[in-house]
Design a protein around this ligand. Structure first.
Ligand code: HEM
Length: 421
């Protein structure tokens, strides 16, 4: 009998990084058990690789069902973001320098998000749709002659990098450097990334690179305005005050991280799923333009590239007969919500025609719902539209997964296809 069907609690430590290095299917045996038997459960603090003092680390409640993730996301008065949003603990100064409005509550959150939100509305994204498509075509054309290689480098990472850099106004020459630092920031839990150094040292260096770069770019844009988000930020005012350099830098870090890794990893997971499900690929190829919009929803549900965010209770709350005191840490497991069979029929079936498909890949709704959802959807439609038109035979092989409790990431994944001139 699979673990997921047994009555006994599987012997798993949810906070151990070893657990988060396992494939999603394997991890979900445990989450399936939790969804059925213990929709809310209390756990010890996650494994600490940052060398934090013990008193700064708290146990947490795991929220694994679809309805609960949705409900908590939409109740910011009881479950706030201002006391931290990450599952794993990190030093407060790192959070302050990198999370920006993601880790704020109203009214500050509303005001800061409002400064950039107009650039991300579906209507505004539709205006840059053609540019995104042209970039996607170029990326696919550049890769076409090679016949294969690492899919992440050749395809998956390219479009998000160009798109978000264009929007923020990062000059061409600095893009790879910025993305490499943004990557480091969320991958320091992987031993390959920190190597023989201390994770906290790697994290600090990456954050310093991004902060210094953002501050220089902001100073440049103050003198030389352009048509980009950085120019808007340096001239924006909230309640009559300009943003400080530290606030602008944190904004920059949030957008660089959120705008890059998520869409990249969705692209890689979706490519692998298309390779493992030739019937779904054939279906998509029959009517690429017509089926891509619904396929993209399944790509995001399937990949669930953001696996966790955290909230803190602001008052006493009751949930599934458990009484949570004010100030308790609550972790939302989006990937588990996206495999909840109360919300999705046969959730482990990769089904590009799934309808309805109200997945929680972009969050459960509420004030922090993903700002970049339209942008991500547009990019995914463009890259798969171009990729499958030019190389419908592309095959992705076994991915090398990132060890992280935050991002469901693919580090490398070989792909092969017939080379085109
Ligand atoms: C497939 C791609 C993406 C996925 C799965 C994703 C997922 C998420 C999730 C789960 C959240 C938290 C929602 C919550 O707490 O309720 C979030 C927030 C956010 N995302 Fe995305 N994201 C993606 C792409 C993007 C892109 C392209 C951008 C562009 C900059 C972006 C910018 C943001 C920002 C700024 C926030 C914070 C919003 C706030 O706190 O108000 N995301 N995203």
């Amino acid at each position: 009998m699979p673990v997921s069907e047994s009555q006994q609690m599987p012997d798993v430590d949810l906070g151990s990084l070893e657990f988060w290095g396992r494939p999603a299917e394997e991890r979900d045996h445990y989450f399936a058990w939790l969804r059925r038997e213990a929709p809310i459960s209390r756990h010890q603090p996650p494994e600490d690789i940052m060398g934090l003092p013990d008193q700064g680390r708290m146990s947490y409640w795991a929220i694994v069902r679809y309805d609960d993730v949705r409900r908590i996301s939409r109740d910011p008065d009881s479950f706030c973001s201002g006391q931290g949003t990450q599952f794993a603990d990190a030093p407060p100064e790192f959070l302050e320098a990198s999370m920006s409005f993601l880790a704020m509550d109203a009214p500050r959150h509303t005001k800061l998000r409002g400064l950039v939100s107009s650039a991300f509305t579906p209507r505004q994204v539709a205006r840059i749709d053609e540019g995104i498509r042209v970039n996607a075509r170029r990326i696919v054309e550049d890769a076409a002659a090679s016949g294969g290689g690492d899919f992440v480098e050749l395809i998956a990472k390219r479009l998000p990098l160009v798109t978000i850099s264009d929007m923020i106004g990062v000059p061409e020459a600095d893009r790879e450097r910025v993305v490499a630092a943004a990557d480091l920031l969320i991958t320091t839990s992987d031993p390959e990334v920190f190597g023989d150094r201390q994770p906290i040292e790697v994290l600090g260096e990456a954050l310093w690179t991004l902060t210094e770069f953002a501050t220089e770019l902001a100073a440049h844009r103050e003198q030389n305005p352009g048509d980009d988000l950085m120019t808007e930020l340096v001239h924006a005012e909230i309640d009559g005050d300009r943003l400080t350099h530290a606030e602008i830098a944190a904004f920059f870090v949030l957008l660089s991280v959120a705008g890059n890794d998520t869409t990249r990893h969705t692209t890689s997971h979706a490519m692998r799923a298309l390779s493992l499900n030739p019937d779904q690929r054939a279906l998509l190829l029959q009517d690429l333009d017509g089926r891509l919009p619904s396929a993209v929803e399944e790509f995001v549900r399937w990949a669930s590239p953001v696996m966790t965010f955290r909230r803190t209770t602001t008052r006493e709350v009751e949930l599934h007969d458990e009484r949570l005191a004010a100030g308790e840490k609550v972790v939302l497991f989006y990937h588990s919500a996206n495999r909840d069979d109360r919300a999705f029929e046969d959730p482990w079936r990769f089904d590009l025609t799934r309808d309805p498909n109200r997945h929680l890949g972009f969050g459960g709704g509420g004030p922090h719902y993903c700002l970049g959802a339209s942008l991500a959807r547009t990019q995914l439609r463009s890259i798969f539209g171009e990729l499958l038109r030019v190389m419908p035979d592309i095959e992705a092989h076994e991915p090398e997964l990132l060890r992280s409790a935050f991002i469901h990431g693919v580090k490398r994944m070989e792909c092969t296809f017939r080379p085109r001139a």
